[in-house]
Design a protein around this ligand. Structure first.
Ligand SMILES: NC(=O)c1ccc[n+]([C@@H]2O[C@H](COP(=O)([O-])OP(=O)(O)OC[C@H]3O[C@@H](n4cnc5c(N)ncnc54)[C@H](O)[C@@H]3O)[C@@H](O)[C@H]2O)c1
Length: 352
């Protein structure tokens, strides 16, 4: 493939549409993409201390939430716009959509604008698999996936690509979602069992991913369903008043989180006291604290999704664009010949 001509000027910002994102992912291959993205995510968790960090800025309504997720490593700034509307699928719309921007801190100029709906599914799955690498039982080969919606196949593919998970046990309250998930993953070398209850899905699984969407304190897993030694990858509890696990599971699990100030607001641990001990994933990755230490330990990754993971995904896509032509050039920034003559540029455009 030819190396694309670099953007013509500072006013031009590369834009990755949904169509181009799909071409990029398929060109690289989903599993390679997930593996390479996981390396970027892990690298940024290793650099955790130098990032600007803040709980995401959330605007809640009765139907959902719209959030902004900013961070910077001092040289590059990134943010993601993302929504979460569990009622949307009933109207033919997605629960989660997103887009994001990467900028140069020195000039403040944007350097990339991209769709992030597909990219969020990939980064969430890659992050889950990175966490599971440190937390799941050794030689785990079976994962239950409860909630078989938009994120589910991405989770399965990441756990296969990064942990070698081969057997899946799928369950959703809507059987058509399970059929869709099983169909999409057929031909991907999984041994798939479609289950009729979440209890059934847990049979023989060493890892369970809960990835449901419901705007309430739901109980997807009760305490009796979680045997000793299980790793729980809890994805769907990511908003105030929106959780998936019974509190008793939390009380007997070792809980690992991304950024405690955000997870205490949004994660499963919103059900616990503010001082309940949690461990930070970046400290596990850097070796400062242990991940899993015993076969009987119940580990919980209380995932809510943090800005650095999107920053890593934006960084990865930007690097990959250099090798491909999967973007277009947006005339996004006003660029008058004399920087202070913005109005003059407007006047000249009128007479041109
Ligand atoms: N932690 C993160 O970083 C992160 C990132 C993206 C999405 N999410 C969250 O993940 C969840 C899933 O997202 P999605 O895009 O796949 O949503 P989706 O609406 O496409 O799918 C959700 C599925 O959950 C099923 N479901 C609802 N209640 C259930 C129950 N009690 N038992 C079994 N299945 C049930 C629905 O039928 C649906 O098929 C959402 O809550 C979203 O907010 C988290």
């Amino acid at each position: 493939m030819n190396t694309p001509t670099p953007p013509a000027g500072i006013n031009i910002v590369p834009f990755v549409s949904v169509d181009h994102m799909m071409k990029l992912v398929n060109h690289i291959g989903v599993e390679t993409f997930l593996r390479e993205l996981a390396v970027y995510i892990e690298d940024d968790f290793r650099r955790w201390e130098l990032f600007d960090k803040t709980p995401r800025v959330a605007s809640h309504s009765k139907d959902g939430v719209i959030e902004l997720m900013p961070t910077s490593d001092g040289e590059t700034y990134g943010f993601k716009y993302v929504n979460g509307h569990p009622k949307n699928t009933k109207e033919g719309l997605q629960t989660v959509t997103a887009f994001g921007v990467l900028s140069d801190v020195y000039t403040g100029y944007p350097a990339l604008l991209t769709e992030m709906t597909i990219l969020t599914a990939l980064r969430t799955a890659a992050t889950s698999a990175v966490a599971a690498k440190y937390l799941a039982p050794e030689e785990a080969d079976t994962m239950a996936i409860i909630g078989n919606g938009a994120q589910s196949e991405f989770q399965a593919m990441a756990f296969k690509a990064i942990l070698g998970i081969k057997k899946l046990r799928l369950y959703d309250i809507d059987q058509s979602a399970t059929e869709k998930c099983a169909f999409n993953l057929s031909g991907k070398s999984f041994d798939i069992t479609k289950c009729t209850t979440s209890q059934d899905a847990m049979e023989g699984a060493q890892i369970v991913t809960t990835v449901t969407a419901d705007k309430q304190y739901a109980t997807i897993l009760t305490d009796n369903m979680v045997g000793a030694g299980i790793h729980i990858n809890a994805i769907g509890g990511d908003c105030p008043g929106k959780t998936e696990l019974h509190k008793d599971i939390l009380l007997r699990s070792d809980i690992f989180v991304e950024y405690p100030p955000q997870t205490r607001i949004e994660g499963e641990i919103q059900q616990l006291n503010d001082d309940h001990p949690v461990k930070e994933l970046w400290q596990v990755i850097t070796g400062q604290i242990d991940g899993r230490t015993a076969a009987t330990q119940t580990t919980l990754f209380d995932s809510v999704g943090f800005a650095t993971e999107d920053f890593s995904a934006l960084r990865y896509v930007k690097d990959k664009l250099v090798e491909t032509e999967f973007y277009e050039e947006l005339d996004m920034l006003a660029d008058p010949d004399e920087p202070r003559d913005l109005f003059g540029m407007l006047l000249r455009a009128e007479s041109a």
